[in-house]
Design a protein around this ligand. Sequence first.
Ligand SMILES: Cc1cc2nc3c(=O)[nH]c(=O)nc-3n(C[C@H](O)[C@H](O)[C@H](O)COP(=O)(O)OP(=O)(O)OC[C@H]3O[C@@H](n4cnc5c(N)ncnc54)[C@H](O)[C@@H]3O)c2cc1C
Length: 432
Amino acid sequence: MLQYDVAIIGGGLAGLTAANFLAQEGKKVVILEKSKRLGGRAMTNDKNGVLMNLGPHGLYVSGDAANIITELGISLPGGNATKAVKIHGILNHAVHVIPTDVPSIMSSTLLSWQAKFMFGKLMVKIMKLNIDSIPEVSLKQWVDSEVSDPMVRHIFNSICRLSSYTCAPTLQLARPVLKQVKRSLHAGVLYIDGGWETIVQKLMKQAEARGAEIATNKNVTIIEHHEQYQIIRCSDGTVIQVPICIIAVPPKEAMNMLNGAQHTSLRLWNEQSIPITACCLDIGINKLPTPKHQFAIGLDQALFFTNQSRAAKLSEDGTLVVSLTKYHNPMEEINVNEDKQQLESVMDLLHPGWRKEVVVQQFLPKLTVTYDFPHVKRRENPGPSIPEMKGIFIAGDWAGHEEVLADAAVASGKRAALEILRANELTLAKEG
Ligand SMILES: Cc1cc2nc3c(=O)[nH]c(=O)nc-3n(C[C@H](O)[C@H](O)[C@H](O)COP(=O)(O)OP(=O)(O)OC[C@H]3O[C@@H](n4cnc5c(N)ncnc54)[C@H](O)[C@@H]3O)c2cc1C
């Protein structure tokens, strides 16, 4: 039996963050990752030198993930994707400019004069919004009460969808989404050179430099909880005994591996979680046939197009990496074939003749973007500890406390690590 202070199950952003905070304080840590690579959904595929994230990935510049990664002393190379870019909107199979500044508000054909005024006022309101003052209502309720013009509503809903990667306005709580929109308006979004693999590699190298061990191809199947220790069993026969364990895998998998989990809060967190999926088409392309179309959002459909290479270096030979996404509404049926056709027809509209410029493609029909988000059916914030099982903690994008997406993954990893360190200090103080 191998022995460590803490075992972390899952080597995605949540697990890697937790490992860094614990190893920095001298804890003997091991990460057990079932795949042959770390990174989980933050990994980047290298397709003959063209670097593709799993769908479009942007890091909120002033978000929790970026702040915590900076706090760990890690800097990320890349460019701000929101600077100097015209946002286009797709409506009734036509492309329009979305009004984002005074000249585009004035020239926009999407809005009446009255609506232009209303849109401008809404944007100012969001920039100045006191997030804590937003009541516990759904995004739809907030938008319905604040925005009366239907076209302004369409545009604002698309911006909310883009910022939260989630298309469920009747379920989403307004406050976390508006916080995210405000952040993106203020500071923007970073596209990272080398893709999100750069974040994964930097977190991994730093954790290793601080003494953390990383074991890949370790599929954890069972965790046996005992009052003073936990026994972790992997499918290859590896057995590890640790006093503390962080489970940084999706909630259903956490339920399956933890013996006795049905009698704990984990069962409720799993039952109340609503996973959000999306269909993505990533394309490596020689050039964009219509260079002015760098960034577009669907106004009457839940779609998104972006050229990630406008802000990040994702190939050596100049091949551009563009990504298209169809957001799935968790309350609606998914049709993968229709989704693919829809994404290709967006390319036809924005970039006629694109097919002959394609170098490489990656089609991901149904990816889980997040395993949960702050929604009206959620009764409590998950974690960081499982109160009924001393020594067991959770982390992951489903364990956010008002954070969403990678911000939730990274913040929950830090939360679990800090809770462990705090409990350890208390024990030492009692003993001393
Ligand atoms: C298409 C797409 C686009 C996205 N865009 C953005 C974006 O623009 N901005 C943003 O902030 N976020 C974005 N996200 C979300 C972000 O990628 C995730 O929130 C984040 O990567 C989740 O990290 P995690 O550590 O919680 O989970 P994961 O990355 O899923 O990590 C869990 C790890 O646990 C491992 N594991 C599972 N079971 C076991 C087991 N039994 N034993 C051992 N290991 C196990 C898995 O292999 C995996 O490596 C996007 C996600 C997708 C899919």
